[in-house]
Design a protein around this ligand. Sequence first.
Ligand code: MSP
Length: 668
Amino acid sequence: MTEKKYYITTPIYYVNGSPHIGSALTTLCCDTLSRYHRMRGEKTWFLTGTDEQATKVYEAAEKVGKSPKEFVDALAAEFKSAWSNLHIENDDFIRTTEPRHVRGVQEFFSRLRDSGDIYRGMYEGWYCVSDETFFRDTDVQEDHLCPNAECRKPLRRVQEENYFFRLSAYAEPLLHHIEENPDFLQPDFRRNEVISFIQQGMRDMSVTRANNGWGIPVADEPDKVIYVWFDALINYVTAAGWPDDMERFQELWPADTHLMAKEIFVRFHATLWPAMLMALKLPLPKQVYAHGWWVGSSGQKEGKRTGGLPHPTEFSAEIAQLTGASKDIAVDSLRYLLLREMQFHGDSEFNYDNFLRRYNTDLANDLGNFCNRTCNMVGRYFEGATPDGIVDPEISGLGTEVLADYDNALKEFRFNGALEAVWRLVSRMNRYVEEKKPWTLAKKGETTELASTLRTCLEAIRVMATLLHPVMPFASRSLLEQIGADHIPKFEWRDAGNWCLLKSGAKLPEPQPIFPRIQDTKSEEPAKGGNSVKQEKKLSEETIKPVQKEESPETTATAESETITIEDFMKIQLRIADILAAEPIPNATKLLKLTVRIGEETRTILAGIAEMYQPEELIGKQIAVVANLKPRKMRGIESQGMLLAADVEGQAILLHPETKVPSGSRVR
Ligand code: MSP
């Protein structure tokens, strides 16, 4: 017998509109989990696809004057390319118009009709096309709008001879199964919703509709088509080979995880689907898991319905444009941001500016800078070769804790928790560099300590890359390349707990910043309103003020002997700035180019301090600057301010506030 694979599925998406970051979220979560299981050495199978036989799909095609087939072909292709652009590595993609699915659905239906679980009856009631759901008279108010508060679209009156599925017969067995298997429906609070839904009484369900030219016909009664939800749920088994390839089916079924958002959990995935499987005497999926929604601004739960959320491909292209990062790094950044900003179990409001802000803090500053600084120092102090040294046990000890937290978080589908755990290590390592001061060790000639410090930093980057691999498959590879670890052919889970894997002496390439900073994000107040990329972009442009160049007072040097009035002094705007980046300027021995943040602004300042300071020791420091000095160009670069330093025999010693203060604080 072949080994059972870890089988994970997304819902199959309706092709009545384009993908957006909402549908991308479920797909990305499944991709991340499947990569994580693969990294742990398990065989995995990740299925996604498109739901194409729905009335609303047919009507959407009609609206744009296309044949339904032509319409669904184009949209299915768009979904496929959106997922491949998002670095999604699914093993299969099922379309419900494919023969393998059509045949399986007809067979499923016939077998249940033969066993008596599907029977003929008269249906009279209401149908919501938007939700593709039947409602009884007693469910509906006088306004005849969909009772689902998130929908409220006009209902259609339906009266037809239909087939019914004996759902009511499975209420008790289902309750029993839920009780016996607490992990079956997750998270817990959603399982409780299901239990009360079943306890309120599950009625038999109409599972056919009159054939209006679209849908899977009942094999021997082509005037009827199978209800789209009954058809769609079956994709999970037809894609696994049922009923024709039972060998493959044994390898995959039961699914380990069906993942979806909350709105299709209670009625469909947690009740109808298991009841259908019970009726056919097939094992139930091991786990059915529901997450919350990405919603538009002001809490409108409309993202799912209107598609008012950005398209993932457009959004990542925009990140690439804003940052100057490669397309693949921008895609991985979006993957990170979608999982990091999402409160998985509840709804999360999408906010474009928050995404960009987090890109700068987490990726450009914390992770990117740490990697870049480390590689630069290895370049400077060890001629770019991996130093041999003992890894600091405090850091590898933290690594062990992080690993356990990461693992527990992913087991509970807390993607942001797993990433937070990795960032505990990232933050610690940034502080570690500050504490160890490799530049001082180098000056003092303490080579052994220097080698151990930098070796610890390099191994930490490798561990981070391993843990980040399921979320950022491309960027994690770039991190390995930067630290000269090309000899590691693939990411393996056990490497995340190993702190001695790099090859001493291995050469590092020329350091490149992997996540270039976005220069223009507003850093403090989260922006409000607007939920599409374009709207939010506009909002950002309105709210991000260009560098304020207030009416510049004459700042020509005052002779040292002259006194000035307090009013004169007040004309000089002295501010505290954070140094975000520092780099040498080619062919300039004294000048360093600093990128500083002064409150909400990011500026470039050139300073003649290269003889006293190494660039990497400046990052993260706070300094005092003259913020309203007229900008001037030096070596082709505009310097937008001046820093304050004590002049000790011609050497500049920087002034720092005694304790950390908010960026942009005034100095008086
Ligand atoms: N076709 C059905 C599913 C059949 S599965 C047998 C369907 N399709 S859908 O296109 O509406 O997709 C719904 C799913 O897409 C959600 O359950 C969720 O997984 C994902 N999402 C769509 N919009 C979303 C958000 N705004 N936020 C989070 N997930 C979202 O229902």
